[in-house]
Design a protein around this ligand. Structure first.
Ligand code: FPP
Length: 244
């Protein structure tokens, strides 16, 4: 009997390498971000074709504010450009948009456009396109700890009632229910690190790294990574029956 393929419900991607991609072409770094933005549409549609339920893309970290002012301004404007250009495609494909991060700290125009994208697609029932924007995983865990402590202080929760689920339920991914933890995390551009992304949620995720910069990462590349993932042996800390 053939071994069953792993189901891929939640795919997370660290879209790295835009700046280097542009510099290699003697263009300013933001040119890479623009091409990176166009690739978000292509990969979203490819993920949808694969039947993925949640696609989480790391678009701006809480550490990215330290970049040059002009680059930060460009990145803050990307959601405005993205939804302006691609909203009709997202609607046509029944894609539901979510933006996860510290949204209250975004410039007003960015805040307004991401809120609008979420409300316009709220009734869609297809792929969830989840942008991590002004997101940092340690900060997210600190926020969860604060919320849980508050419940304890108010007498709504006992300390020994705190479980792993309690933590998970106070993270920004909680709303994805059974799909809140990524099955597969891909990072592009040859770097092999996590960069404060979904630290709690990737405890048992499969990791994969592409040498290609994000703007060059194609549907074929994605399909190959997914095929590889489907045949991996996911053990979640247990042993295989055949090895016991
Ligand atoms: C990392 O490459 C990429 C980013 C910090 C930005 C990623 C954003 C996009 C791909 C567009 C997102 C689209 C929307 C709609 C928000 P880098 O600049 O660190 O590249 P480098 O490592 O080569 O310098």
């Amino acid at each position: 009997m053939g071994k069953e393929k792993n189901q891929l419900n939640h795919l997370a991607i660290i879209m790295d390498g835009n700046g280097r991609w542009a510099r290699k072409r003697h263009k300013p770094r933001v040119f890479g971000h623009k091409e990176g933005m166009n690739n978000v549409e292509r990969i979203t549609l490819a993920a949808d074709k694969l039947g993925i339920k949640v696609l989480t893309l790391y678009a701006f970290s809480t550490e990215n504010w330290a970049r040059p002012k002009e680059e930060v301004a460009y990145l803050m404007n990307l959601p405005v450009k993205f939804f302006d250009k691609f909203m009709p495609t997202l609607m046509k494909n029944n894609v539901k948009v979510n933006i996860m991060g510290y949204l209250d700290h975004l410039p007003k125009a960015t805040y307004d456009v991401v809120k609008k994208a979420m409300s316009e697609t709220a009734q869609n029932t297809g792929l969830v396109l989840n942008f991590a924007f002004n997101y940092g995983s340690r900060k997210e865990i600190v926020s969860a700890a604060q919320e849980i402590s508050k419940l304890v202080k108010e007498g709504k929760l006992e300390i020994d009632q705190i479980t792993e689920n309690t933590i998970s339920n106070h993270l920004m991914t909680a709303k994805f229910g059974e799909y809140q933890d990524p099955d597969l995390l891909i990072r592009t551009s040859g770097e092999q690190r996590i960069s404060n992304f979904l630290l709690w949620q990737i405890a048992y995720s499969e990791l994969a790294f592409s040498e290609k910069a994000w703007p060059d990462f194609t549907e074929d590349d994605l399909n190959q990574f997914v095929e590889n993932y489907q045949t991996r042996n996911r053990r979640f800390g247990k042993v295989n029956e055949s090895d016991s």
